[in-house]
Design a protein. Sequence first.
Length: 328
Amino acid sequence: MKISLFLKKNLLYFTLLSIGIAVIAGNAFPFYKIPKKVYSYWITLLAILTILPSMITLRGWELKKVTKMWKEVLLAIVYAYLLSPFIAYLLAFSLPEAKLRIGYFLSNIVPISSAALSYVMLARGNVELAAVVLVVLALLSIPLVPLYLGIYGSMISVHVPVNKVLFIITVVLFVPFVIGQTIRYITVKKKHLYYAEKEMAPYLAIVAMTSLLLLVFSLVARKAPVILRRPEITALIWGLQAIAIFTMIGITLVVDKALKLKYEEHQAVAFVGITKNQSIPAAIAISSIGGLAVLPPALIPAIQPVLAVAYLHMEGWVRKFFGGAAGI
C-alpha cells in the first residue's frame, strides 16, 4: 500500500515535522489549559492505538519456543532490564531537574518497540528470536516497570504512585495484547495466516504511525513554551539518548561475540534491546508523574530511528565482526 510505504520511508521527517508544528501550535494555543484528566485519557488512548497493531501481528504462540532459545532470551532480558536501565540511571544525572531525570529513566525501561522487528528484518537478523524476545519482555514489563520506577523515584525524591503505574501499564499493554491476539485469531480462522501477517500489515502500519505522530504532537504541544524557553533540554535529551544507544550497541557487540552468538542472533537481541517503546512511558508520565517528565518520551521518537538506521548501515562491518562475509 503506497500510503503505508510513504509514511514508513518518511517517518523520521514526519516526526520532526510533528514536533515543529506542535511547538508552534503549543505557543499559539494554551494546550496546557486542557484538564489533566481529559489529556491523560487522550494520551492513553493514543498509546493503546500505537501498540495495538504490533499486538495483532505478534505471534503469541511462539512463546513456547523460549525453551529452545533460552540463552538468547536470557541475554535479551539482561540487556533490556539490567544494562539499559543502569545506563539510563547514570546518564540521567546530566539532566537538570528531577522530573526530567525520571522521565528519561522511564523512557529507557520499556523495551517493547513496535519497530524492533522491522529493524531486525532489515538487518537480516533472526526475526523469529526477536518475536519470542518481545513477547517475554512484554510480559516482564508489567511487574518490572512499576518496580523500577518506584525505586528510582524514591532515590531522587519524586513521588511515583506505583499502583497507578501498574494499572496504566496493564491497560496500555495487556488490553492491546488481548484485543490484538483475539483479532489475529479471528482473522486467521476466517481468512488465512497470510492475510493476517501480510495483507493487513499496511493498514496496521498506518494506524500505528498516525497514532505515534499524534502522540508526539500532543505531548510536545502541551510543553511547547518550556521547549522554546529552554531548547538546551531538547538537545541534551537527544544527545544522552545517542550515548545510551551506542553504549548499548558497543556492549552487546563485545558480549555477544564472547558468548559466540551468530550475527543473526546478535541483531535480534541488540535491536530489541536498544529500541524503546515511548507510548507507554508517555501515558505513565502524563497520568502519574506530570511536569517535565513528559518531554523525554515526546522527544526520543525523533532521534531513535536515526540511531537505529545508523546502526543498520554498519551491517557489513558487524557481519564480519561475527565471522561472516560482508554483504551476504
